[in-house]
Design a protein around this ligand. Sequence first.
Ligand code: SDX
Length: 426
Amino acid sequence: MATDKATLNVDGETFDLPIITGKLGRPVVDVSAFADAGYWTYDPGFKVTAPVESKITFINGGEGELLHRGYPIDQLADNAEYLEVCYALLHGDLPNAEQKKDFYAKIQQHSGVHDQLRRFFEGFRRDAHPMAIMVGVVGALSAFYHDGLDVSDEKHREITAIRLIAKMPTLAAMSYKYSKGEPFMYPRNDFNYAENFLYMMLATPADVDYKVNPVLSKAMDKIFTLHADHEQNASTSTVRLAGSTGANPYACIAAGIAALWGPSHGGANEAVLEMLDEIGTVENVDEFMEKVKRKEVKLMGFGHRVYKNFDPRAKVMKETCDEVLDALGIDDPKLELAMKLEKIALEDPYFVERNLYPNVDFYSGIILKAIGIPTSMFTVIFALARTAGWISHWLEMHSAPFKIGRPRQLYTGETKRDFVKLEDRK
Ligand code: SDX
C-alpha cells in the first residue's frame, strides 16, 4: 500500500498523519497522532471513519458497485449458489469442486440443532417477534456448543463459523413455526440449503412428498446472496466491536442480529411492506410523497449511507421479483405501487437531489411475500443471510492481532461540582 502524509497544524505544532492507500476506494488518513496533539477526531455516525482494514467486500457508492472478494454482486447472484459465496467470504475465493463438496457436506452435517433448544423456544410467547426469538436463541447457542468457544483456537473459530451458517435456516424456520404453533420441521439431506429453508418454513409433517418449486428456491438462494455481506454496515460493525472484547462468536452474532433489527437497517424490508400497506393504492402515492417531503415519514427501502447511486442489489432483486411473480402468475398490486413510488423518486428533484434510490430492502419484501413468507420473517431472513458476512468479518478480525474497540467522545456535560444532599436539592 502506497503511503504519503497529511499535516496537522494545531497550537503552533505540526503533526504528520500518514496517508494509506488501499487496493480500491478512498485512501485513509491515520489519525492516531491526534492523541499526541491532545485531540480526538469527531465523526458522529462514522460517516468518514474507517476503523478497520478488510479484504472481504468493497463498495463504490458513487458507481453502485459491490464486490465480494473481488467478484461483482450481479455475477455472483446470477452464477453462484449462496453457499459458494459463503465459502468465498470465509476463505477468500470461490471453492473448487472438492472444496465445495467438503464445505456443503459440513454445512449439511451441522444443520440440525440440539434437541433441548426446543424447550428454549417454549419460553417465548407465541406472538413474540421472530427477531426477538432469534436474538435470544442464537446467543444461547454458546450454552450448547462448548467445544467451539475458545476464540484463540483457529479450529474452534472454524467449526463455529460452519455451525452458525448451517443452523441459521433451521433456527429461523423454528422461530416461525413456533409463532404459528406448528411442529418444527427439520432439514433433509435430499434438499439443498435454500430448498431446506423453504421446506422447514412452509411444509408440515403431513407433507410427506413435499416438493419445493425450483423458481422459488433459486430466488430464495439469490436473496440470501444479495444479503450475504456489505462491508462495515451497522450490524457488522456491531459484531466486530463485540468481537474485539473477546466475546464468543454466538454472542457477537446475536449482537449483530439485534443491531440489524432496526428499521433504518435490516428492519427496512418489513417497514417497506408496512409502508405499502399504509399507502394502500396508487391514488394515494402523491399525498404520501408530500408527507415524505415534509419529513413526516421516510420512504422506506430508499436511500443509503454509501450508495449515492443505485444499489446494485436492488437491480438484481427487481429482476428476481419479476421472475417470481411471473412464475407464480401473481399480479401483485403492491408491485405496481412500488413501481410508482420508484418512478416518482427517480424523477422528483427532492429525491434526486438527496441521491435517494431504491436499496436492497425495497423489492425483497414483495418477493418474500409472493413466496408465502410473512412480513415478520423478512428481517430474520436478512439476518440468516448476513450471518456469513458477520462471521467472516469476525474471523478476519481474529486472523491478526487486534485491540478492544473503545471510541472516545466530545463531552458537553456538567463540569465538576460538589455533592448536594437530598434535603438541599431544589
Ligand atoms: C440497509 O449500511 C449498509 O450497508 C446497510 C445495508 C446492508 O446491506 O447492510 O445496505 C442494509 O440497511 C439498507 C438501508 C435500509 N434502510 C432503509 O431503507 C430506511 C430508509 N432509509 C433511511 O433511513 C436512510 O436513507 C439511511 C438510514 C439508509 C441512510 O441515512 P443517511 O446516510 O444517514 O442519510 P441522511 O439521514 O443523512 O439523509 C440525507 C437526506 C436527509 O434530508 P435533508 O436533511 O438533507 O433534507 O436524505 C433524507 C434525509 O431526511 N433521506 C430520506 C430518506 N433517507 C434519507 N428522506 C426520505 N426517505 C428516506 N428513506
